[in-house]
Design a protein around this ligand. Structure first.
Ligand SMILES: NC(=O)C1=CN([C@@H]2O[C@H](COP(=O)(O)OP(=O)(O)OC[C@H]3O[C@@H](n4cnc5c(N)ncnc54)[C@H](OP(=O)(O)O)[C@@H]3O)[C@@H](O)[C@H]2O)C=CC1
Ligand SMILES: O=C(O)C1=N[C@H](C(=O)O)C[C@H](O)C1
Length: 238
């Protein structure tokens, strides 16, 4: 018998590409989590696979949960952050394209609840982040370019991951430039290139399946549950 009760999850953005991946993994894999509410802007069916669905307008009335996982859009982000603060629950968010005010609100909320926001929940990108900072430090004066490619439905550009990798490059002393490609159904690819006269280094991450992001977020949720308030990085929760 499992000594720990399951972590009760609210999935915010439940009908989207990421939301559907999260709900499927919670059904099919052993995650230590149980989805108690699925929220999207619009809802066609009230209960799907035993999980009650709520519209964004009904958010304040959702049942008790331990951790919210948010993969929605910037226009939905303020409401889920406010709900987690009001209920004193943890929040894992992968929503990209947040404004500076929303990023400041994340910092403010982390004084009262445990929070993990990341532009990319894959292990590979967490490692790439460190490699980029190290390469930038070792290659002063080299040109640094970050090229990201995603599916045509993606709304923000450059991607959140590209901007985070850019921060790593800047921490190493580089001055990165960005380019974005939107084509077909590309899940997510990031190339960080360092170039000088006569030579070039390319560091690349290619995601071929959204489950890597969803598994990373579920792992973060299980680890974040019942932690002290604060802002946690993916690396802190491995
Ligand atoms: N950090 C990471 O590892 C990753 C981050 N992402 C990011 O996650 C986000 C979602 O991506 P993706 O799943 O592809 O997007 P989708 O467009 O497929 O899904 C968005 C979801 O959010 C819901 N939504 C939109 N507006 C609101 C609102 N105001 N209130 C509540 N729910 C809302 C949508 O509901 P409805 O359909 O009813 O409008 C839908 O369920 C993006 O910001 C993306 O960049 C994506 C992959 C990995
Ligand atoms: O919207 C997506 O799809 C993705 N968004 C994230 C980002 O903006 O970096 C992460 C991943 O690349 C997929």
């Amino acid at each position: 018998m499992d000594a720990h009760p399951p972590v009760r999850l609210l999935i915010h953005g439940a009908t989207g590409r990421m939301g559907q991946a999260l709900l499927r993994l919670c059904r099919e894999e052993t995650t230590g989590c149980e989805v108690v509410a699925a929220v999207a802007r619009r809802v066609d069916t009230r209960v799907v696979d035993g999980v009650p669905r709520f519209t964004a307008a009904e958010l304040s009335g959702v049942p008790a949960f331990d951790v919210a996982i948010d993969f929605s859009l910037p226009e939905g982000f303020d409401a889920i952050l406010a709900l987690c603060v009001a209920r004193g629950t943890a929040l894992v968010s992968g929503t990209t394209g947040l404004s500076d005010a929303q990023k400041a609100a994340l910092d403010a909320a982390s004084t009262t609840i445990p929070l993990a926001w990341a532009s990319n929940f894959s292990l590979g990108v967490a490692v790439l982040h460190d490699l980029v900072e190290r390469a930038a430090k070792l290659l002063p004066g080299w040109d640094c370019d970050i090229v990201e490619a995603h599916h045509t439905r993606k709304l923000d550009a450059p991607s959140g991951t590209a901007l985070t990798l850019g921060t790593a490059a800047q921490a190493g002393g580089a001055d990165p430039h960005y380019a974005s490609i939107r084509a077909g159904d590309i899940v997510g690819e990031h190339l960080v290139q360092f170039a000088a006269a006569g030579e070039r280094i390319e560091l690349v991450h290619r995601a071929t399946n959204r489950d890597i992001f969803a598994r990373g977020a579920l792992h973060a949720a299980a680890r974040l549950n019942a932690r002290a308030p604060g802002r946690y990085r993916v690396a802190d929760l491995l």
